[in-house]
Structure formats: C-alpha cells, structure tokens
Ligand binder design. Structure first.
Ligand code: JFZ
Length: 439
C-alpha cells in the first residue's frame, strides 16, 4: 500500500471499475425494475383499521401489530393472480432491462421453498415456488434477474444484531452458515441470475465481521463466476462499510444511492453505481394508501436520465399486492414510461457520462464509446434556444431530432444554440448530436 494507506486484508480488492463482460453488461442495461413482495403486502400498511406511518414492509416492527400475528400472515399468503409472464411483459413494456426481486426481506419470509427454513412460500396456501417462474419469464422477455437478499432475518432464532455473550457469538456463527447455505441454494436453483442485491447489513454483528463478508463474496463468485454484487454486502476488518478504511469501494458498484441521486460526476468518484427509487416517498412493499407526493412518469424519467448521464443505473421500485397484481397507479406509470422509452430508449441504454458542460435544459448522455451524444431536454427555455458548449477538441458534425435535421447557430467559439422555437412537449425531447474529436 502507498504511504498514506493502511494495510487491509479485507478491504477493496480492486482499484477502478470491473472491466469484464458480465460487469459491462450490467453497466449497459441502465434501467431496472425493483420488486418488493412478501407477506407485508397483506396488511399493506394498515392493521385493524389503523395506518402505520413507516414503510409498509417494516410493519412487523410496529408495536400495534404483535409479532405472533405478523408471523402467521403467511397462512393467508395466496397470490392466486400472480402471472409471471404478465409481470415480465409489463416490465419489458416499461423498458426495464433487469429486475431485482426480494427473495427474502427483513421478516425472513422466503419466496422460494428454501430447504433451510420452514418460513417459506411452501408453507403458505399457495405452496408453489414464486421465484422459478419469475426468473424464467423475465429471462424469456430478455430481462436479467438479480436477487435481493436481506441479511437481517427477524424470523431466525440465531440472528443477533449485536454479539454480547459467547452464546451470541455461537448463534452468529450458525447464522452465517445459514446465510451461506441459502445463497448457494438460490444460485443452484436459479443459475441464470446475474447477481445479488444485499440489504440489512448495518447491524454490528455483520459489520464487525468484515472477514466473513469478504469470504462470502469470494465464495459466491467462485461458485457463480461473473456475479455482480453491490457494495452493501461488505465491511472491512475495521467495520467500514461500502468504502473500506482507505476510502476504496468494496464490491462491484456503489450501492448507497437509496432514494437520492448524485448531483455531479465528481460525486461518484469514477465508480459504477446504482440508485434505487420509490414512487411515493418511502414505501417499498405494497401500501394500500400512498400518502404524500407521488412521483410522475416525467419526474422518474428525469431521474433515470440524470443517473445515466452520471454513469449510473436507475432502478424503479414496485410493490405488488398480496394477490399478485399491481395497483393501477403502478401499471399506468409502467405504460407511460414505456411509451417514452420505446421511442427514446436508445439514449439511455449503453449511455455514459458525455463530458459536456451541464446546461439548464437537461442532460447529455454519450452512447458508450461513440461520438454520438444525446441531449435529453426537460426544460425548453422561453427563448426556445438550447445552449450547447462543445468540449475542447470536439466539433459538432450534425444535429437531429427524430431523424429530422436541425441547423445549429454558431454563437461563439465552439458554442451553439439549437433552436426549438415554437416547440412544446409534455415529455422529454431527445436531440442527437454527432460529434468528432481530435486536434
Ligand atoms: C432498506 C430496507 O430496510 C427497505 O425496506 C428497502 O428494502 C430498501 C431498499 O432497503 O432500507 C434502506 C437501506 C439503506 C439505506 C436506507 C434505507 N441507506 O443506505 O440510506
């Protein structure tokens, strides 16, 4: 290590982004669908006529709902209207290229019939595996599947948030074996999955055993080479999470962008990253009563485009109902986003930071490794004139809007106005710049 870094056995094992084909694929997909689904969809944020103010998937931690009652909800979990092909086709219509499914959230309920737990879909009236058909249908629709997995498991007798006694430590060791077994089981059952999305790794018991997080990551890579896993799995031996004690990213991409986005390229330090976003303020699982501001398709598209313009992926969350169907609001959003993506998705997939000076009208996205740069315009100024300042050693070759050539006006050295006078749009407008670089 360099002079100002400390020696770490379980810190980052790589400097810079992963350059292999599996990671390149993850990076090219750019738009994902997140699904939070489990027994928490039954109460849907309400219990005995009262509303829970937190996130619906956390309702078990609400004192008004006795654990005993929550832990028996699975006896009513019977998503008879679940149609994997329907789920996959609407995700495809929306333009998602990957999906992340909660195999097991904090409550510990497994959507697959795990042989390491009795608290699974197999014990519900539905009985059948939900993940198998889901993975198959999404893959058939050309969508990669990632598995969300919570380390925190409220149902497991050996789970400990902190280790105070020798008995706690022994339980924790057994719990680690359980986690490893379940993860290996998931990979063995669903071999086409591309990665894990870990969560619930903030407790002391987990972050104090950086060595285990490191060994687990390497073990999973060894049995499923190419697997993509974010930074949330890992801690180093000093308890630093996501970034090790030398400030280097652990895991394959930065996974800390939860309902927030970076503002500028410097914020992401050259790393791969992914943001996850809810439609209402903070509800991941199904909540019958969405409160507060509900994001619109245009707002969500702006977040997607902004993420891609800063070299990141954007994942939009959905919380299906207990019967296996999606609420109307979510269906409408998927349709609206999809309508735009069908025409303009080419500006998003395989998109990267363009290296242009940011302008108030919106975002630039460069098609990876090419001289094609898309302007995605969210704010048309009253003048109708969009300012474009070319980076050094780059010239503008042509400008087009949907196959239609536009004539830019040179207003300064390597600086242009693109005129959209009279144009109004209620969805973002995409303009393609062909450029050339060299001296
Ligand atoms: C976690 C879960 O507790 C939540 O239910 C949901 O599954 C979400 C995707 O992940 O919540 C988090 C995790 C991380 C942060 C915030 C909430 N964070 O890093 O700020």
């Amino acid at each position: 290590p360099a002079k100002d870094t400390i020696a770490l056995q379980h810190g980052a094992h790589r400097i810079g982004v992963r350059t292999d084909a599996d990671m390149a694929r993850w990076r090219s997909l750019r738009f994902g669908q997140f699904i939070h689904w489990g027994v928490y969809a039954i109460p849907g944020g309400e219990w005995k006529g009262k509303t829970y103010n937190g996130a619906a998937e956390w309702i078990r931690s609400w004192k008004e709902l006795p654990h005993e009652e929550y832990d028996n909800l699975y006896r009513q979990f019977n998503p008879v209207n679940f149609d994997a092909q329907q789920w996959a086709s609407q995700a495809k219509e929306m333009g998602a290229k990957y999906m992340i499914i909660t195999t097991k959230h904090h409550d510990g309920f497994c959507l697959w019939p795990s042989k390491y737990s009795k608290y699974t879909i197999a014990a519900s009236p539905y009985k059948k595996d939900l993940l198998g058909p889901m993975v198959a249908a999404y893959n058939k629709a050309g969508i990669d599947v990632y598995l969300y997995f919570s380390i925190i498991d409220w149902s497991h007798p050996d789970y400990r948030a902190s280790l105070k006694t020798a008995a706690d430590s022994a339980a924790n060791k057994r719990f680690q074996v359980f986690v490893k077994n379940q993860l290996a089981e998931l990979l063995q059952r669903y071999p086409t999955v591309k990665g894990f999305w870990f969560d619930g790794t903030w407790d002391d018991s987990w972050k104090r055993d950086g060595a285990f997080t490191d060994e687990l990551e390497q073990y999973l890579q060894s049995i499923h080479p190419g697997l993509v896993m974010g930074s949330r799995l890992r801690a180093d031996e000093k308890g630093a999470r996501h970034f090790d004690s030398n400030g280097r990213l652990m895991g394959d991409y930065e996974q800390g962008w939860e309902r927030k986005l970076p503002e500028k390229i410097e914020d992401v330090h050259g790393n791969d990253w992914e943001a996850v976003m809810t439609v209402p303020e903070n509800q991941w699982g199904y909540n019958a009563q969405w409160a507060g501001h509900i994001k619109t398709a245009n707002e969500l598209l702006e977040m997607l485009v902004k993420s891609v313009s800063l070299n990141g992926n954007f994942v939009l969350n959905f919380g299906p109902k207990a019967d296996g169907t999606f609420r109307t609001e979510e269906q409408q959003l998927m349709t609206q986003i999809g309508q735009w993506m069908k025409i303009n998705g080419e500006a998003v997939y395989n998109g990267t930071y363009a290296g242009f000076e940011k302008q108030d009208w919106g975002y630039y996205i460069r098609k990876a490794g090419t001289d094609s740069v898309y302007m995605v315009v969210f704010n048309i100024p009253v003048s109708g004139s969009l300012r474009v300042k070319m980076p050094a050693h780059t010239s503008l070759v042509s400008v087009s809007l949907q196959q239609q050539t536009l004539t830019p006006e040179l207003i300064g050295r390597n600086e242009y106005f693109i005129h959209l006078s009279g144009k109004q749009s209620d969805t973002p407008v995409v303009i393609l710049l062909k450029t050339t670089s060299g001296e």
